[in-house]
Write a protein that binds this ligand. Sequence first.
Ligand code: SF4
Length: 115
Amino acid sequence: MKNVKQIEQVIDKYRRHLLRNIAVGVALLPIARAPLELARAADAPPVTADDPNAKALKYTADASKAPDAKPGSKCDNCQLYQGAAGSAQGGCMLFPGKSVKAAGWCSSWTAKAKA
Ligand code: SF4
């Protein structure tokens, strides 16, 4: 009987270990997918001038041509920009499935938080 109890304890320990690893794996899944999604966003079709969101937010692919843009503000230094550092274009939280130019700008520009 003692051996059965020991085997049950081992199985119980293994089950807890397995469940913990599954929970950690599930929790890390979004982090593992992030670089892939960033790469996809950079390859996504660019936001065009006739896009209704772009019009509403006054998006332009060239911040220097945006009369309302603060000097130096552009997608590249916006908190919502998802492109990799130094990238020419990348995703933006406001334009899911599309890419914006790093040199672009829109009226929702928000300064990137300092690290
Ligand atoms: Fe660019 Fe930021 Fe506007 Fe997105 S929210 S288009 S990253 S300025």
